[in-house]
Design a binder for this molecule. Structure first.
Ligand code: AVI
Length: 320
């Protein structure tokens, strides 16, 4: 079975399980095809979606402290999980280059297209930079990381991607990274913070409707890839943030009753009016929660960096 066939099988099984459950759910993991990637780029450029700018601000302010790690260690492997277009990372790459640090940049992304684009844009900017992109899923590539042990690693995971995982999965994710680390390695990771609930609510229900389109892309994909007939415009995006747990939840809401045929998996699904499909969580954190997650995963916090508007934090972890 090819990678693509395995992915399709997994996607079909997930759709069957999620849409026959009560209440219904689908994972945001499947939003990201080519169109989903473009929509997410648009989200990151929205004024309401403060996360990107806040983390950019942190990296820009603290690039010297991060570069110092490479200088002190006399060379590092800089490994980025979920590199995307690398916009924020380029601030750090430029600084490492300016300070003549000795490093290899290893961006890892699910999309080969992203890796190729990123590698060629870096080669345009800094022709001599050592870039060795890897295509793959986080969890499978993480195992490979353990083999990059010839010199200290600085693993970076930006964008609060961890927030799309429930706590037990987030611990598993951190644990897998921890397992691939030696005592000399560092993990630098972004965690969006608890804040005024309205700021969060607005970041995930923008006025232009890009986030709605992003969320609806799940249904477009099922229509396209599983010969289904979701009346996509009938499903509205709904966001609900719980300030106690720090969990922002995205839903698709059926505004009319309907029956959907998903031919490839021979499934008919009924939706009542106002029935929900839960599609995503975007967890918000505080120091106490991050400390707990780290401790559960065998990590400890070495440093905490915050942006000027106190919206977002990046934590530097080492092995406990
Ligand atoms: C990728 N991830 C961290 C984004 C988030 O903030 O949860 C995905 C997203 N969903 C809606 N807007 C952005």
């Amino acid at each position: 079975m090819t990678k693509q066939e395995r992915f399709q099988k997994e996607f079909q099984e997930h759709v069957k399980e999620g849409l026959t459950a009560y209440p219904k759910y689908l994972s945001s993991r499947y939003i990201y095809d080519e169109k989903g990637d473009v929509l997410f780029q648009k989200i990151m450029a929205l004024p309401e979606y403060y996360l990107t700018q806040a983390e950019y601000n942190i990296i820009d302010q603290h690039k010297d402290a991060l570069a110092q790690i490479a200088i002190d260690e006399k060379g590092i492997d800089l490994i980025e999980l979920g590199a995307g277009d690398g916009k924020k990372t380029k601030v750090l790459l430029k600084h490492l280059n300016d300070r003549k640090a000795n490093f290899t940049y290893i961006p890892i992304d699910i999309s080969q297209h992203s890796i190729d684009e990123l590698t060629s844009s870096i080669k345009d900017l800094w022709p001599d930079m050592d870039v060795q992109g890897e295509q793959g899923r986080y969890f499978s590539v993480l195992d490979k990381l353990a083999s990059y042990n010839n010199r200290p690693k600085l693993i970076i995971v930006l964008g609060s991607n961890i927030g799309n995982l429930e706590h037990p999965e987030a611990i598993k994710f951190l644990e897998q990274i921890q397992n691939s680390m030696s005592d000399k390695d560092y993990l630098f990771m972004g965690f969006d913070q608890k804040k005024d609930p309205l700021t969060i609510q607005n970041a995930y229900s923008d006025e232009t409707g890009v986030t709605q389109e992003f969320n609806r892309n799940l249904l477009h994909r099922i229509n396209k890839e599983m010969d289904a007939n979701f009346p996509v415009d009938t499903f509205e995006h709904w966001e609900s943030y719980d300030p106690e747990t720090g969990t922002a939840k995205s839903f698709l809401l059926a505004t009319q009753p309907c029956t959907v045929k998903i031919n490839t998996i021979e499934l008919d699904i009924n939706f009542d009016k106002w029935e929900t499909i839960h599609t995503e969580i975007s967890q918000k954190y505080d120091d106490r929660t991050v400390e707990w997650l780290a401790q559960q995963a065998g990590l400890k916090i070495k440093e905490i960096y915050e942006d000027n508007d106190q919206l977002f934090k990046n934590y530097l972890f080492i092995k406990n």
